[in-house]
Design a protein around this ligand. Sequence first.
Ligand code: S3P
Length: 185
Amino acid sequence: MDVSQSRQLHNLALVGFMGTGKTSVGQFLARMLHFRLVDTDDLIERRAGKPISAIFAEGGETRFRELECAVVGELSRYRRTVIATGGGLVTNPANMASLKTHALVVCLWASPEMIWRRVRHQSHRPLLNTPDPLATIRNLLSERERFYREADVLIGTDVRSVKAVALQVAHQFRMAQANHAIREE
Ligand code: S3P
């Protein structure tokens, strides 16, 4: 992890594919760090006044990504916040760059099979409403891998509990903040 001096680490952003545990890990982390938790999908739904599924149905993925990008712009004003992001948010390099100006960016990673096991009983993700969702997960994950690898820290979640992942993320965050403070002295 190389967090340059010009960066601020006010917040902690969790990125990664659907079903990697961003929301559950985020809830745990927020309690541990005494931070607020925000979820970019919730912010988008509030701004748009409709659920993600309706945004996709009416304006397609393009409209959803526009709203997502606008929400990312707002996040730079946040302090002491754990930000759980939508799985495709960092496929726009401008979004990743924006997050990095105010947050440590941690990517949660999981195998396609584990992701499928975690999301198979849920139906609120338009991108997985396909005839073969596991194949969709495999394809999207391999297309997106290079974007996820741009995160400051990458943590595998296949064999770790939510608590173990949260502890690992908190440790990385504290180390990054300490290193940053030393370099600023
Ligand atoms: C998406 C992931 C979803 C949500 C939208 C698109 C994606 O968020 O933003 O359905 O492109 O991977 P979660 O990762 O929280 O499921």
